[in-house]
Design a binder for this molecule. Structure first.
Ligand code: 5GP
Length: 191
């Protein structure tokens, strides 16, 4: 019997470094895939349709909700974000480990659907550092993002692992160690 893929959910405040860690990890790690979400937010410079996100209008997103297309969805910073169900289930069935970048509410929902899912929280070293990162990214909704910060930090206690990203190399190496540990410890057929 084919081993089922595992589900890893990465969460944390915007600017904590989730995307950098995931992109670098997935580039090297074979037999893993990124769960590409749908969103109504504007594409940022360098982002690619179908790779970083599927960018859709609000009416398309609402239609997809009605059709039951999403495994979970959330409104974050005034924009909609959702995980499509089918690709995720297909990858797991094929034995591919799936990595998701979700807000903390999305992470909790996934844990309810897949109790074996591993939740990893990426934390920026300080609020000052986070503000600097968001400014560097020319992020418009800095205030909204900071307002969410406290809520996200509170949810941290529900996570299986917390990585403090004060150095990207160190954080990436911790991330790899966690994935390896999970892959070797969890029973092969535990999902
Ligand atoms: P950003 O706009 O910075 O790409 O993402 C904003 C927030 O939405 C981040 O916390 C990110 O993890 C979260 N997010 C991205 N895709 C999804 C999704 O499909 N579902 C949920 N619940 N959150 C998502």
């Amino acid at each position: 019997m084919l081993n089922r893929g595992k589900v890893f959910v990465v969460s944390g405040p915007s600017g904590a470094g989730k995307t950098t860690i995931l992109t670098r990890f997935l580039k090297e790690d074979k037999n893993s895939a990124f769960s590409v979400s749908y969103t109504t937010r504007q594409k940022r410079e360098g982002e690619r349709e179908g790779i970083d996100y599927h960018f859709v209008t609000r009416s398309t997103f609402e239609e997809l909700i009605r059709k039951g297309f999403f495994l979970e969805w959330e409104e974050v910073h005034g924009e909609m974000y959702g995980t499509p169900k089918e690709p995720l289930l297909e990858m797991i069935e094929k034995g591919i480990d799936v990595f998701m970048d979700l807000d903390v509410n999305g992470a909790m929902k996934i844990k309810r659907v897949f109790p074996q899912a591993i939740l990893i929280f990426i934390q920026p070293p300080s609020e000052e550092e986070l503000i600097m990162r968001l400014k560097n990214r020319k992020e418009k909704a800095i205030i909204k993002r900071l307002e969410r910060l406290r809520k996200e930090l509170e949810a941290k206690r529900f996570f299986d692992y917390v990585i403090i990203n004060d150095s990207i190399e160190k954080a990436l190496s911790e991330f790899k160690n966690i994935v390896e540990e999970v892959r070797s410890c969890h029973g092969k057929n535990n999902g």
